[in-house]
Structures are given as structure tokens and as C-alpha cells.
Design a protein around this ligand. Sequence first.
Ligand code: MSP
Length: 521
Amino acid sequence: MSERPAFYITTPIYYVNDVPHIGHAYTTLACDVLARFKRLDGYDVMFLTGTDEHGQKVEKSAEKAGVPPQEFCDRVSARFGELAEAMDFSNDQFIRTTETRHRVSVQHLWKVLEDKGFIYEDSYAGWYSVRDEAFYSEDELSDGEGGEKLAPSGATVEWVEEPSYFFRLSAMQDKLLALYEDQPEFVKPKSRLNEVRSFVSGGLQDLSISRTSFSWGVPVPGADGHIMYVWIDALANYLTAVGYPDEGSDAYSAFWPADVHMIGKDILRFHAVYWPAFLLAADLPLPDRVFAHGWWTNEGQKISKSLGNVIDPFELIESYGLDAVRFYLLREVPFGNDGDFSRTSFVQRCNADLANGIGNLNNRTLGLIVKNCNGAVPKPNDFTKEDNELLSSIDNLIEDVRAHMDNQAFHKAFETIWQQASAADSYISVQEPWKLKKTDPERMITVLYVLAEVIRQLAILIQPIMPDAADKLLNGLGIGDQERSYEYLGADYRLKPGTTISKPGVIFPRLEMPVTEGTSE
Ligand code: MSP
């Protein structure tokens, strides 16, 4: 087994009732960036994503499409696989809840909960939302315009009465409150922890965990006609992927409990209340953290199919290129907050930080080296105070970046890196290496060396967010694959004089402003 520390990160598994949109791409991107970061930082990473294929919502969508549910699931799940490819996600696994290994795993978990006395049979009479796949109590509902009852999410609910098995969630209140107390980083951001704590403090009702009015789900062991509630089925995927129920397996020993379950704020209750309750009841270790990020709106509007404003990630990549899409989504909005997607801010952000930022810095520096230093990294002379200042701040940057990444503060991590790129920009403007060619060629060489070294480290640092652009930058500097991990940051592995430098191509194309009514550009 690996000597390296392990890191297990998961995305929610996505319902296959509909094709992927920007929200799905966003969650998985955040995980991908963290997974890549951790790999570069010396961890053995398990990065899991996949699809949630059971339940009434999926069954209904398949019916509507006129195809058998499994065929429908295969088709839509494949689209999520294509998204992973288009977004260059580096997931180690793609799990599907219709796989046999998952049925085995979740049925085992059920039996454990039953043997420990946490499951009993009764009947459910109450409200259910198919869209949310969630049960709601009367006091959580509001009245819709047409007299229908609405869940807090805005989804309509229907009255359900059926025989059902229940999980003794009510017995878990104290344990859950103790968890939030003892492990305050279990839910992040903090506002979400408060939300969860107040929900649990209000008292918990037992949870209906089987359904009998339809059949698309995992059969409850030993109970004809019952299938599992889709959320117990879905949550267990995090265990299945690391080999559960084989608690002695290498994967389980290495990776369970998970380090981070990344989710959107819409599914907080399932992950921060139900999931730890199931695990506590089954005597299984709890994950370290559930991070609930915010939601995107589109040009100020809620994203919804009925409004026709769903943002298609495939189209975005086609229009702007993958590097820009990855960068914008995680740089623009403080991670954890809601954010508004706007094409204008997209173009402004990418042009400022990428084309005019790191791209321009790289073009100027490498262009001058190719022209004036025989196309190879020059051997620097003594460093001045300014050189040393710039170098030492980039040498130590990883400390701050790491701290931000460990808090899932992606925007802060990138801000820290881009501040360094700006510092290099200021340095080049002050030093004016293009003028030094005539006045002080020896100094020019040193300035260009310092700049190239800064670019080397910036490129290593930005690999998680823009793997493709970083690869081009590192290739331009002749940095081999073996010298790209975070071990190679800092002063010990400075650029080697004599390394051949390639003529820089366009790494970050300048994007066109969208033409909208009222825009004079
Ligand atoms: N199948 C469940 C999750 C089970 S996990 C054990 C599910 N699936 S989903 O397809 O509805 O995906 C929900 C996730 O998509 C959200 O938690 C969030 O991560 C992401 N998003 C969906 N729309 C979004 C936005 N508009 N903005 C940001 N993310 C959103 O729930």
C-alpha cells in the first residue's frame, strides 16, 4: 500500500432525469481542482463522481421518454461521462447506483441498520416531493398560486400513503448535536452548520426509508414489494466506491472515512443530517467534512428548464475554451456563496487575468528570451533586492495556497496566485528588460531569468485549475512531467540555465465581448 497520505473526495451523484448543466459541472469541477491539488501535493487521491439512477423521478422521466428505465439511465449517465471528459475531470471512479456492487453494498448497510434495531415497519402518510425526492412535514410547506402545496425549494408536493420501513432518526438527535459541537468543521461554510444545527435542535422525526408505490429501486432485503428510499440508496454510494461492505479491503482502509463530501446547498440536510445518522447507527466512521457550495443564477435569474435559461457546459467550452470555463467558475464567486453567471463578467475576468495577465507575462518574457538569449534559459548574475523579494514571495506561496485549498476557499487560493502574477507584471514594468538590452545586457539576463522562474512556479501552481494551459506553459519552459509536482516549488529546483525555451504561442486567447442590446462595443 501507498506510503502517501490518502485523500478521498466525492461529488454528489447526479440524477439521470435530465442532461448535465452548469451546476453539475461546477460541483465536480471544485472536486477536480481539489483532487488535482492534493495529488500534486503528495496525496494518494480517490476522487469519486457518478450518477444516481433510482427513484420515482428517474422512473417517471424514463416513462415520459418511452424507454425502459435501465436503458434511459444508460443513455443519460453516458452524457455525464461525456461531461467529465469535456471538462477534463480526473475522477478515479464513476459510480452508478444500478451497478451490482452498489446493490450489494446498500443492502448490506440496510441489514446492519436493521440488526442494530434502527429500522422498523409501519406506514407513511405525509407529503412527498418527487422533484426533490424528499419528505416534508406540514409546517415546512407553503401555498402555491394554484392552491397546490409547495416545498421550500418551490417544488410541488403530493400526499403519499403507503406501507413503509422507518429509520429511527428521532433517536439520533443528541448524537448529531454532539457531532456539530465536537467537530465544528463537519459542515462548511459556518452558516450552513448553523442551519443544520437549528434544524436538528427543532427535533427529528423518524425517516421513511422504503417505498411501495413504484418499483425502480434497490429491493429491501427480505421485504417483498419494498424498494429503498432513493436517498439511503444514493448516500451509500460513497461507501460502495471504496469497497464496502468489505471493511478490510485496501481501498476501504486507505480511503474511508471520506475527507470531503462536496455538495450544493440544496442537499445539505441529506448529507449533514441523514448521512451521519445512518453512519452513526451503523457504527461506521464519519466523514471529515461536508462542504455545501452556493448556486448559480444566469444573468440574475434562477436557472430552470421552464425559463429556458439552462447553461449548457458543452456550449460554454465550445465558445470560450476549457481553460477559461474552469477558471471563471471557481475564480469569480467566493466558494460557498451564490453566484451570478454573466457573459460580460466571464469575458472581463478571463481577459484581465488570463490573456492580459499570465498570458501576457509569459509572452513578453519568453519572447525576449527567445530573441535575446539564443532561445535558452540564461544564466543569471547576482540577484538584486527586488529580484530576491519577488523570488522569495513565489517560493513561499504554496503555504498560503494550501491553507486556502484546505478550507475549500478556491477564490482565495487563486487570488493569492494571481497577486503574484501582478507582482511579476509590476516588476517587468519597472525593470523594462526590453530597454536593458542596449544599456545593461547582463542585467537584462538576470531580469528575464527571474521572470521565467516566476512563470515556472506559477505554472506549477495553476495546474489544478487549468491543466491544459499549465501544460503549455511548462512545456514552453522545458519542464518535464517529473518536475511538476509541488515538491518542485521553491528555491531548490530553479530553472536550469541552458534549457531550451520555445517561442510562446497563444495560451489564453483574448475573448470577444458578447454583443447585447444597449452595448456600444
Ligand atoms: N442525486 C442527488 C444527489 C445524491 S448524492 C448522494 C441530486 N442530484 S442532482 O442531479 O439534482 O444534483 C444536485 C447537485 O447539482 C447540487 O447539489 C449541486 O451540487 C449541483 N447543482 C444543480 N444546480 C445548480 C446550480 N444552479 N448551481 C450550482 N450547483 C447546482 O441532488
